[in-house]
Structures are given as structure tokens and as C-alpha cells.
Design a protein around this ligand. Structure first.
Ligand code: SF4
Length: 336
């Protein structure tokens, strides 16, 4: 997939004190992106959907001095970020409600400071292994070509005895990460879905075949791998399409014998997310009918609408059987 280039870039002048900041500036200049040297991003379009569209074309190169990392269950012990937001426009994205009306991308360039905070968290937990997720509020692969900071991060984790990194992506820009020392300490998960879900709801992400090609490259480079299938949706033909998806994966990975993990997440939404989604994507085909769902109390203090018990059990049983039948080397981390 063509690498993302923003329409507008802001650079916090402080970011230019860092090597990754200079690299980002060089990339932006070479790509003829207009640069504004300020940490204050101004986006003021005439409607919610226009603010959203403009934000997804705007980046801020800046720093991040967060000292205490948030926990990240069930995926990892902690989460940290090399960036926030991403250039894709997934209609169901759970970040819709957490990144405000203008989810422009921030790219954090003080990678050495970020790694020091990670080291502190690892050291406090020795002799246990501490796991870190770096994809909770972004897609780190989508923006990697701008700074190269994920590569540095993977190399750092390769050198630590007690730290492990996990990431997830819908992008295929993995070539710069293939021939580096990862020491199997970084787990690469790809977010995949049926053709219907990808084609209708995951705008500006890689196609399934592009993701599968990237998975093959990453697997051949010896990284531990896994898949997140999310959000799993019920629609006409869903069983056939998810079967196709798993069988395609099986063909692509027929020579991969290491363990493969699967994380399964059914489609859910909150009332706030529904309102935002309808503003941003007025013609959405997402099924947001509360009458066909049941309420579940979420860990972030909000009710969410999930499939009723019978439907959710049907999805869980079907997907579990499908995966177990096609991958003897798989394990399902969770279904939620
Ligand atoms: S790629 Fe991930 S973070 Fe980006 S819009 Fe899609 S779901 Fe959200």
C-alpha cells in the first residue's frame, strides 16, 4: 500500500532536538508537505465530518514525557505510545470516542525517554516478564516510515531479558523491520477480518491480500505472530466469509509451525460511539440497532451494546471450531 503522506504537518520546535524529529522533518520536506512550526494544531472546518476528515490528514510531530504507564488488560501488562490516532478511517474504530472531534495524529519523537520509562517498569517487575502493548491508541506500522522509531523500539526489546513487546496493525509497511534483531521479543499481530467488513468499514487500510503478504514476511523473519479478528460481525453470509478468511490464512502459513495466537472480539458499540459514527459516516452500513443487542457493563464505566447471548455463543463456537480445525498450532487467547 502507498505510504501515508499527510496534507499538513505541525512540528513542535522542541521535537527537532531529537534524531527522530529531524528524520520526520526531512521526510515531510522531501514529500513537499506544508509544515507549520507550532505545537498548537488548528483545525476548524464547518462540520463534524469535515473536521474528522481534515484531522486524518494532519500530523503533529511532538514529544511525550508520560512517566507512569497505563495498564492494558487483557492484551499486556502496560501500554505506551509512539503515536496516537492513525491515517485510516475504520467506521467502527473504538478510538472514535476517545480522541475527540479532531483526531489528528501525534507522533512522539523522544524515543529514548519513552524507552527509559519502559525500562523503569520492566526493572520494577524483575524477575517476572513484563509485556507492553504499543497499539492501543494508534497503528504503529502506518506511521513508521516517518520516524523509524518502532524499529528502535523492537531492537530495544530484543536487548532486554525481561521485557516483551506486542503490536497490532492493519498495514503492510514492514520491510524495514524484517532484517533486524528482534530476538523473538516482539509479537506481531495482524488485525484481519472478512472481505465484507474490510471492504465496507476499514477505509484507507491495507486489503486482506496485502495484510496476508505482510504476515508471510513477518512470519518468515521469525517473529512470534498472532491475529486479532475484530470486530466479528453477524450478517448474511458471515459464516462463509469467515471460513474463507481462516482457510486463506491457513494456505498462506502452511509452512509456519510455531504457535499462532488468535484474539476474537465481537462487534460492540456505545451510545456515544453510535452518535459520532452517524455524524462521521452518515451512510454507514454498520448495524447499530440497539434492539438487536444486549447491554453489557464495560470496564471503562460505560454500557456497551453487544450481541445477545445466543448470537455471541454462536460466533464464539463457530470461530473457535474453525480456527482449531485449520490451525493445530493455534491457541485462542480470548473471546469477548
Ligand atoms: S486502523 Fe485501527 S486505530 Fe486506525 S482507524 Fe482503524 S481501527 Fe482505528
Amino acid at each position: 500500500m502507498k505510504l501515508f503522506t499527510p496534507d499538513t504537518a505541525y512540528i513542535n520546535p522542541k521535537a527537532l532536538e531529537y534524531e527522530c524529529g529531524k528524520k520526520a522533518e526531512e521526510f515531510l520536506k522531501k514529500s513537499n508537505v506544508p509544515i507549520i512550526y507550532s505545537k498548537n494544531v488548528k483545525i476548524d472546518e464547518k462540520s463534524i465530518s469535515k473536521n474528522y476528515a481534515k484531522s486524518k490528514q494532519t500530523i503533529l510531530i511532538t514529544t511525550n514525557f508520560q512517566k507512569k504507564l497505563q495498564t492494558c488488560k487483557p492484551s499486556a501488562d502496560y501500554q505506551f505510545s509512539l503515536s496516537s490516532s492513525c491515517p485510516a478511517n475504520c467506521e467502527y474504530c473504538y478510538l472514535q470516542t476517545t480522541q475527540g472531534e479532531k483526531p489528528y495524529m501525534k507522533i512522539f519523537v523522544n524515543i529514548e525517554d519513552i524507552l527509559n520509562v519502559i525500562k523503569d517498569h520492566i526493572d520494577k517487575n524483575i524477575p517476572s516478564i513484563t509485556t507492553f502493548e504499543c497499539s492501543s491508541i494508534t497503528d504503529p506500522i502506518a506511521l513508521e516510515h516517518i520516524t523509524g522509531s518502532l524499529k528502535k523500539c523492537i531492537e530495544y526489546f530484543a536487548s532486554t531479558e525481561y521485557g516483551r513487546l506486542r503490536l497490532v496493525t492493519k498495514f503492510d509497511n514492514v520491510d524495514s523491520l524484517l532484517d533486524i534483531n528482534h530476538n523473538k521479543h516482539t509479537k506481531f499481530r495482524f488485525s484481519i477480518n472478512s472481505e465484507y467488513v474490510i471492504n465496507n468499514f476499514e477505509h484507507n487500510t491495507c486489503s486482506l491480500s496485502q495484510r496476508i503478504e505482510a504476515i508471510r514476511k513477518i512470519a518468515n523473519s521469525g517473529y512470534p505472530i498472532g491475529f486479532i479478528i475484530a470486530p466479528i460481525m453477524l450478517y448474511d453470509n458471515w459464516e462463509y466469509e469467515y471460513k474463507n478468511l481462516i482457510e486463506n490464512l491457513k494456505d498462506a502459513l502452511s509452512d509456519y509451525s510455531e504457535e499462532i495466537s488468535f484474539e476474537l472480539i465481537q462487534h460492540r458499540f456505545t451510545s456515544t460511539a453510535k452518535e459520532l459514527i452517524l455524524n462521521r459516516f452518515p451512510n454507514t452500513k454498520l448495524d447499530l440497532n440497539e434492539d438487536k443487542r444486549q447491554l453489557k457493563w464495560g470496564p471503562y464505566g460505560k454500557f456497551k451494546y453487544v450481541y445477545p447471548k445466543d448470537d455471541s455463543s454462536r460466533i464464539k463456537d463457530y470461530m473457535t471450531n474453525l480456527i482449531n480445525k485449520n490451525f493445530s498450532n493455534s491457541f485462542i487467547e480470548y473471546f469477548t
